[in-house]
Design a protein around this ligand. Sequence first.
Ligand SMILES: N[C@@H](CCC[C@H](N)C(=O)O)C(=O)O
Length: 282
Amino acid sequence: MRFAKGHGTGNDFVILPDPDGTLPLTPALVAALCDRRRGIGADGVLRVVRSAAHPDAEASSAGAEWFMDYWNADGSQSEMCGNGVRVYARYLAEAGLVAPEGTFDLVTRAGVVPVTMGEEIAAAMPIPRVYVSSSATVLEQSFTGTAVDVGNPHLVCAVDEPTLEGLELFRAPVIDPLIFPAGVNVEFAAVGPAPAGADLYRRMRVYERGSGETQSCGSGACAVAAVAVHHAGLESGVVVVDVPGGRLTVTVTPNECVLQGPAVIVAHGDVDAQAIRQLVFS
Ligand SMILES: N[C@@H](CCC[C@H](N)C(=O)O)C(=O)O
């Protein structure tokens, strides 16, 4: 089994090229590959498969060639991964499967995402839907947040800088299962001064459903940006979101939500099938 490894602002992925969809990918195999001590280690897996070869892509592919089959590190699947889209696109370009410049459509479980290539990669994400208030509890401390759908579910909690810095995100925040029956990604965001060229600024940490605390979450940055724009009483805005792994820029308008940032492929290799099989069945 060939693989590549890539990341977008430290949100890292094992990339499995499987154009014809023949790889028998299971939750246990994904978890074994993502294991940071015994496997390759990653926040998730991106299977690179043709839309025509994957049943989840059929409904929404609209003729777009490639489908992002995204899995979290624990072997669960998600509808969307904003950094995953950008890293997947970088992989396609480096493998000569799409042009290194210009725009192309990538199919995800949350619909078709137009991707613009360049030194940084920009993804036109699903328009975030800001809907209801809820809360998350971390070690007995409760935080009020705003639920946002970016194709996948998010809860954005406003905190101040010292609280953000001191948060212990070793365990999943306790959330309301009635509002989030399929779980939720929880973002904690602190306000700061907007850098030149931006309207708003947030520093964010995230506890991702299925992966734990990660260095970055692209869809989470979109959720944070949408709430920031909403709370500022704006219709549109450019929001710089700093995450532990770097900087993302989100442009929110009534018709669009564009996530931009770096995306890098760092390695290519072969999985030792026997060692991974042992891990899967141990
Ligand atoms: N890191 C991702 C989000 C990955 C999926 C998420 N954990 C979920 O279960 O919805 C991103 O960059 O958006």
